[in-house]
Design a binder for this molecule. Structure first.
Ligand SMILES: *[C@@H]1O[C@H](CO)[C@@H](O)[C@H](O)[C@H]1NC(C)=O
Ligand SMILES: *[C@@H]1O[C@H](CO)[C@@H](O)[C@H](O)[C@H]1NC(C)=O
Ligand SMILES: *[C@@H]1O[C@H](CO)[C@@H](O)[C@H](O)[C@H]1NC(C)=O
Ligand SMILES: *[C@@H]1O[C@H](CO)[C@@H](O)[C@H](O)[C@H]1NC(C)=O
Ligand SMILES: *[C@@H]1O[C@H](CO)[C@@H](O)[C@H](O)[C@H]1NC(C)=O
Length: 520
């Protein structure tokens, strides 16, 4: 796939020491005209859960697309881990690395589907960017560094770069075409740098540009915009230009503040079908250019988010919080070491074992050891179904199957190996069908225990009347904890203490400030 481009990014990042967050607060000189952020304050952004379609046929497509997305994300995450040949070459020549190569045939992509796999199973954050500040719906992505928004550049000399001309409104209806050629109406918020007084584009000649990942500048050119090209989740690419922009956020006290100096990709091109149901990606990964790290520097070096259940419905919402979050502080909050991998933007956690119904599963401990290349576990809010290497996958699925195996197996559900003709009820206890899903526990370093709900372990109603084991076999590690396993928990990434904290939470009572009208 995108081996060389990702590898070259890696080299740039590691050469510039960008792979660890720097924790000092931003100097007040950089805050400019903004409201001061007092020590101990926090800010909140609205998060909405993924939407699962209603009809059986759409669900089949949805989960087929989800598998393709999850496997491609895994490729993206691990390719930062491997391949040294391409890096040096790409850097020395300062050339645009080739984006696609030949192993993209590894998975069958649902090309004929109306579903763009980049948004299947994603949590969406609402963020205001620009001056005046306008809202955008971005994917909550803990495993990426680049924040980008679908973007329209100004017409110049009668020529328009990147996209056809549109009307004034930042929100426009566009037509997208599904696999059968039928137009689908979607609502999209375009970001328009020309209409934002706080946008500052980078040029290829600027030092700040040279260190940015996915960079496609060919020479330090005074006039050329600092451009990038990144392979996105669906295996296609997004490209555009880099700039600095401000975000407007609601503080815990109810006031608004501006976060300046954010690196923003103004994406003028998405190959292989535009991204329709959201406006881009909000990066929370471990990189100096990530929104998460940048914003955390202003707010106590931490962020937290609560992941509503996938079945919460369209109305439900929770928060992404920068700064201290009272919802994280409780007697039952678990704490483990937050692992930074020097070769990855994704964060890791050290698993010590998995138990089912109190019994430790027989999984080779090396599987969890992040010191070994291709082992360990990372957390990714953009992955849906938890991926495990074959030995761990076999142990987990065999153990769960021993509690469900008497049910009729259903074998034709794309994306899942273990599915059962069973209507999942309540907490997974169904005496009528002799089913009790035992307690599934991920034991983590320091004694922390992640105890996902039964429906995060056995997914109900994958199609009506069918439940499936919520695990995927990965050909190689590291494994990935996906958002299905992480749902109905609040998660805090504390970069000051290098801790990951979490606790069970339905995420429905986090309206800390009723006066807060930020979230239209
Ligand atoms: C610099 O960029 C401009 C616009 O992209 C282009 O016309 C010009 O040829 C470039 N100059 C060099 C030296 O590459
Ligand atoms: C969703 O929002 C609509 C309109 O505001 C409301 O009528 C409905 O009751 C809400 N549904 C849920 C499940 O909260
Ligand atoms: C119920 O299921 C368990 C395995 O989960 C099995 O050992 C037991 O025999 C079953 N009981 C009946 C009545 O089917
Ligand atoms: C589940 O079992 C019922 C009863 O045997 C059957 O009618 C139904 O078609 C089955 N559903 C699936 C998806 O196999
Ligand atoms: C909401 O606004 C009212 C009036 O401005 C104020 O008295 C109250 O403290 C505010 N509540 C919160 C939680 O900020």
């Amino acid at each position: 796939m995108q081996g060389r481009s990702v590898a070259s990014v890696l080299l740039l990042l590691s050469l510039h020491g960008l792979l660890r967050p720097q924790l000092q607060l931003v100097a007040s000189a950089e805050i400019e005209d903004d409201v001061d952020v007092e020590t101990g304050s926090s800010c909140h952004l609205l998060v909405t859960p993924p939407v699962v379609p209603d009809s059986a046929e759409e669900r089949r497509e949805h989960y087929r697309a989800m598998e393709a997305k999850d496997l491609l994300r895994h490729q993206q995450i691990i390719q930062k881990d491997t391949g040294t040949g391409g890096r040096r070459q790409a850097r020395e020549s300062s050339k645009l690395p080739e984006v696609m190569s030949d192993d993209s045939s590894m998975f069958e992509l649902p090309m004929r589907s109306a579903i763009n796999i980049a948004h299947v199973g994603m949590y969406i954050v609402s963020v205001r960017f620009g001056t005046p500040a306008l809202p955008y719906n971005l994917v909550l992505d803990t495993a990426t560094d680049l924040t980008w928004i679908n973007c329209r550049l100004r017409r110049r000399k009668g020529k328009h770069y990147g996209r056809p001309r549109v009307q004034q409104s930042p929100t426009v209806n566009t037509l997208s075409v599904d696999g059968e050629g039928a137009p689908v109406r979607v609502l999209k918020n375009w970001y328009r740098p020309a209409l934002s007084s706080s946008w500052r584009r980078f040029r290829c000649s600027q030092k700040a540009c040279a260190v940015l990942p996915y960079n496609t500048c060919e020479s330090p050119n005074q006039t050329a915009s600092c451009s990038y090209r990144q392979v996105v989740q669906d295996g296609t690419t997004t490209s555009g230009i880099y700039g600095q922009e401000k975000a407007t956020v609601a503080l815990s006290g109810g006031r608004m503040a501006k976060l300046p100096g954010l690196i923003l990709g103004c994406s003028t091109f998405e190959a292989g079908g535009s991204v329709d149901s959201h406006d881009g990606v909000l990066s929370l990964g471990n990189s100096d250019i990530s929104f998460g790290i940048h914003a955390a520097k202003r707010f106590g070096a931490r962020f937290s988010f609560c992941l509503l259940s996938t079945h919460s419905g369209r109305n439900a919402s929770s928060y992404l919080t920068f700064g201290s979050n009272p919802a994280v502080k409780a007697p039952d909050t678990m704490e483990t070491t937050l692992n930074y991998n020097p070769d990855m933007v994704a964060y890791g956690a050290r698993v010590t074992g998995i138990t089912l119904g109190g019994e430790l599963l027989d999984i080779p401990p090396e599987v969890w050891d992040q010191a070994i290349v291709g082992a360990g576990m990372v957390l990714d809010t953009g992955t849906s179904v938890t991926g495990l290497v074959p030995s761990a996958y076999a142990a987990v699925t065999t153990a769960l199957d021993s509690h469900l195996g008497h049910l009729q197996r259903v074998t034709n559900i794309a994306g899942f190996e273990f599915c059962y003709n069973w209507t999942f009820t309540g907490d997974g206890v169904d005496p009528a069908h002799n089913v009790t899903i035992p307690k599934f526990t991920v034991e983590l370093e320091g004694g922390a225990r992640l105890e996902p709900d039964a429906k995060s372990v056995v997914m109900p109603e994958v199609v009506p009347g069918v439940a499936c084991l919520a695990f995927r076999k990965l050909p190689s590690g590291p494994g990935i904890f996906g958002n299905v396993l992480m749902q109905e928990h609040i998660w805090e990434f504390d970069h000051m203490d290098e801790k990951l904290r979490f606790r069970k939470d339905k995420c429905i009572n986090h309206h800390l400030n009723p006066n807060n009208s930020n979230h239209a």
